[in-house]
Design a protein around this ligand. Structure first.
Ligand code: DAH
Length: 357
């Protein structure tokens, strides 16, 4: 019996010695974990030895117990200090491997911006929103009746020639101007409920033009319409003077020249005093001091009547601005085709404007 006890003691001493050696030699906390399992786990070597306990006498059992406790104390102590050292080492290695090299140049994101036509349209919209107008949209594929007839241009009227367009069928076409939105808006308007009508309507329009520096088969307009009681040409002039000053500069003046549009009477062509030379004469205004910017007039009584508005009671003014045209003037763009060619060298010049997105 004494011999068996001795043997067990020797075994435990050896186990401890080899465990401590292995712990000291371990290179990672993972290996330490494995050593713990190998010695003190359910099937570990110390656990195996302790099973002999049941064969010992009652006097011997505590002796073996003490040996086992001794093993655990030593084992855990050495294990703990080694674990701490290895953990610190592993943390250092992890930090080093995850370090971000902030000296590398970053990857630049290409940032786009709003098209200059969009910027100009928004500038115009904001200007008229500020004067209490609503913004209305109309269809680009339009009925002949709205595009022409309700604009006082009956079938076979010679003025239709100026606006030849793309026909979908004999009664459906690509709208040649934004003016049909006038009729669409007036038809729905209820003066009792809605009060005076004040609207602008920007959008694309189409003509069968041969494209050149100033013509494009597709371009943009913004229609304006005000209808209420006692609207006069003075209201038109005051409004468009505000527009000219806000858009082209506070020193600008406007002048009205007689013109013809079937949907207005009288009709006017609106010129703005030249923003380059201030009126003295230069290449932009072709030495006249004035630049033509839009068409306008007092809404024709026929147009009011066709849209269900009593021309005896109500009167109104209308105007049509070429968005491409005023953008070309404002930013000295010499060819309308630049707007539609998607050349970034052109488009990116308008990134930093006041209407920047
Ligand atoms: N619709 C005309 C065009 O495209 C422009 C225009 C002129 C609109 C006078 C108007 C206006 O509202 O009163 O040529």
């Amino acid at each position: 019996m004494v011999d068996q006890m001795q043997e067990l003691q020797d075994q435990i001493t050896k186990l401890l010695e080899s465990a401590l050696n292995q712990i000291q030699a371990a290179e990672s906390t993972q290996i330490l974990q494995q050593i713990r399992v190998d010695y003190t786990g359910k099937k570990g070597q110390l656990t195996q030895v302790s099973k002999a306990m049941k064969n010992l006498s009652n006097e011997e059992k505590p002796q073996l117990g003490q040996m086992i406790n001794y093993f655990h104390r030593e084992f855990n102590q050495v294990m703990a200090s080694k674990e701490e050292a290895l953990k610190a080492k592993e943390l250092q290695a992890q930090l080093a491997s995850e370090r971000i090299d902030i000296t590398l140049p970053g990857r630049r994101n290409f940032q786009g911006s709003r098209h200059i036509i969009t910027q100009t349209r928004e500038e115009l919209e904001n200007l008229f929103l500020g004067m209490g107008y609503q913004i209305v949209e109309g269809p680009e594929v339009e009925l002949d009746s709205y595009n022409f007839e309700k604009m006082n241009l009956p079938k076979n009227h010679p003025a239709r020639d100026m606006q030849d367009t793309f026909y979908i069928s004999s009664e459906v076409l690509m709208r040649t101007h934004t003016s049909p939105v006038q009729a669409r808006t007036m038809e729905k308007h209820d003066f009792e409920k809605d009060g005076p009508l004040k609207m602008v309507s920007p959008g694309k329009v189409f003509r069968r033009d041969n494209d050149d520096a100033t013509h494009s088969h597709q371009f943009h307009q913004m229609e304006g319409l005000v209808v209420a009681e006692k609207i006069t040409l003075a209201d038109l002039k005051g409004t468009l003077t505000q527009f000219a000053k806000a858009f082209f500069g506070q020193e600008r003046e406007i002048r009205l020249r007689p013109s013809f549009f079937s949907f207005t009477e009288p009709s006017v062509e609106v010129d703005v005093s030249c923003f380059k030379c201030g009126g003295k004469g230069c290449n932009i205004c072709k030495d006249t001091g004035w630049i033509e910017v839009l068409g306008a007039g007092m809404v024709h009584p026929n147009v009011l009547a066709m849209s269900g508005i009593d021309p005896e009671k109500y009167s109104g003014f209308a105007f049509g601005v070429g968005i491409d045209r005023v953008a070309m003037l404002k930013y000295s763009i010499d060819d309308i085709r630049h707007f539609y060619q998607n050349d970034l060298r052109f488009l990116s010049q308008f990134k930093g404007g006041q209407n920047r997105c």
